[in-house]
Write a protein that binds this ligand. Structure first.
Ligand code: SF4
Length: 501
């Protein structure tokens, strides 16, 4: 089933007051009629993008631009949909035009734009360009929608393929090396036949005067409308069960259960899920017997460590493969005892160059020779291991750091659960519940995705105010480690109060 997404710039496919059905509206409606209706009828839907979403969109645009260089002499149609419709018609009729970029199609209120159309054996080869490096099932529906609309407009599509980003591409190589092409003709043309009968139904559902009544489906779990739709007024939704899989969800949904309180006793769940259910039933917080023991393994001084990274389709630096996670900054708070900070160290790379070696040397220096390194999740260990693989001269010293890592999230997951976590122990879920005094809202960057995008924009020279961004990035990362210091302190206080020490 499709992931429900916001609209994107390609969805500016309108010639009338009522939006035409675009690819994203169609795919959203396929997954959930309510979402399809909202995507088409709610003017505000998808209007606000996070920095991370905007960056991914810009990246897709750049990858699309480079893909066009693979088809010299092609005709690029206008951004204006009405103009593009006319230009596409002219280009299709002009035998001298070998390929068309962003070709526009409109029929019976269904609109589409094709990334690339190339003449092939008397018909047309449809090429979908993605800034992803891995093929995904959902791309078949993407291509099938475009092929379906273009086909209804009379285009003979005899070949369909996907251009993905090649992991072998390195900065400075010619554009053709950026792509790998995968033929999907058979799957897409088969899927077109499956989608065709839904055409009329989706048109009617998405333009109905009333929003279709929502129905709880597994996709609701990740739907951005969940809080105002199926999750509205439900404090302990079954989606708060950690790692609730589709099969277990279906069992609960078949029983008509959407609240944890209503799960019958004896219903088969994992140990962790049972803990969450118990906490809800008893309206209590879970504190595990092992909390004291596990925290007592921390040796002092403790160093609380957090990294930020950047990961882009087109590498920012030479000799870096697409989608490599490049560490760009860290924050370290040092405490000689719990809650007492006696040092803060930070590093933020110069975006104009690959600073990984410099970052690693600073890190080794800042983390000292002994004492626990406290991280939250396995991410910091993975980044240090990656640096060790990249920098043989520093490998021993870097790997020695990983021996000192204590993963605070693992300790929390095993020993502490508060209903406010809603099934997740991620720091962004735990912090507002236990450490509300830390205020991310007061700085310009609030989550890792935006931090990564902000850094990438600086590296690409597209940030109008890099000084402010640097300040925000440093503040953001510093808050992450400060949160860990306070969380550790909170947990120690809990042990004292529960008499475990
Ligand atoms: S919360 Fe569920 S029913 Fe509501 S719009 Fe999202 S996917 Fe559809």
């Amino acid at each position: 089933m499709e992931t429900i997404k916001k609209s994107n710039s390609n969805d500016a496919l309108n010639t009338e007051p009522m939006k035409n059905v675009s690819k994203q509206i169609f795919l959203n409606a396929l997954a959930c009629p309510t979402m399809g209706w909202v995507s088409r009828c709610d003017e505000d839907f998808g209007a606000e993008l996070t920095l991370g979403e905007r960056f991914r969109m810009d990246q897709g645009t750049e990858v699309g631009r480079r893909a066009r260089s693979l088809y010299p002499g092609g005709k690029l149609t206008s951004l204006n949909f009405g103009v593009a419709l006319r230009e596409t018609k002219e280009a299709l009729a002009d035998e001298a035009t070998s390929s068309i970029f962003e070709g526009a199609f409109l029929i019976d209120n269904f609109a589409a734009r094709a990334d690339v159309l190339a003449r092939a054996d008397g018909g047309w080869h449809l090429v979908e360009v993605k800034s992803a490096a891995n093929d995904r099932d959902e791309f078949i529906d993407d291509m099938a929608y475009t092929a379906m609309v273009a086909g209804r407009c009379g285009l003979d599509i005899n070949c369909v393929s996907l251009l993905l980003v090649s992991r072998d591409y390195r900065l400075g190589m010619p554009d053709e090396k950026l792509f790998v092409e995968i033929d999907h003709t058979d799957e897409v043309l088969t899927r077109v036949e499956e989608l065709k009968p839904l055409w009329q139904e989706i048109e009617e559902i998405t333009r109905a005067p009333e929003k279709p009544a929502p129905r709880l489906i597994y996709e609701c779990r990740q739907c951005e409308l969940f809080g105002e739709c199926m999750g509205q007024d439900i404090d302990n939704h079954i989606f708060s069960l950690p790692r609730l899989n589709q099969a277990k969800f279906s069992e609960l949904a078949a029983l008509g259960i959407d609240r944890i309180e209503d799960i019958p006793e004896g219903f088969s769940l994992t140990e962790y899920q049972v803990r969450v259910v118990d906490c809800v039933h008893r309206n209590e917080t879970f504190v595990g017997e092992g909390l004291s023991d596990e925290l007592s393994k921390v040796t002092w001084p403790a160093y609380y460590l957090d990294f930020e990274t950047v990961m882009t389709a087109i590498s920012l630096y030479p000799d870096v493969a697409p989608y490599t996670q490049v560490p760009t900054q860290y924050s370290v708070h040092r405490c000689p005892e719990v809650g007492l900070i006696d040092g803060h160290f930070e590093y933020l790379a110069d975006p104009a160059r690959d600073c990984r070696e410099e970052l690693a040397r600073n890190l080794i220096n800042d983390l000292g020779e002994e004492g626990s390194i406290i991280a939250y999740s396995n991410f910091e260990r993975a980044i240090i291991n990656g640096l060790a693989g990249l920098l043989p001269d520093l490998a021993d010293r870097l790997l020695a750091l990983t021996d000192r890592i204590v993963d605070l999230e693992v300790i929390v997951r095993r020993n502490y659960y508060h209903r406010g976590f809603c099934g997740s122990t991620s720091i962004k879920r735990v912090q507002p519940v236990l450490i509300p005094e830390v205020k991310y809202q007061e700085i310009g960057i609030r989550e890792g995705d935006s931090a990564s995008a902000a850094f990438a924009y600086m590296a690409l020279g597209k940030d109008p105010d890099p000084e402010t961004t640097r300040k925000n990035l440093l503040e953001y990362c510093k808050l992450d480690t400060l949160t860990m210091v306070k969380l550790h302190q909170y947990l120690m206080g809990l042990i004292k109060n529960h008499g475990h020490v």
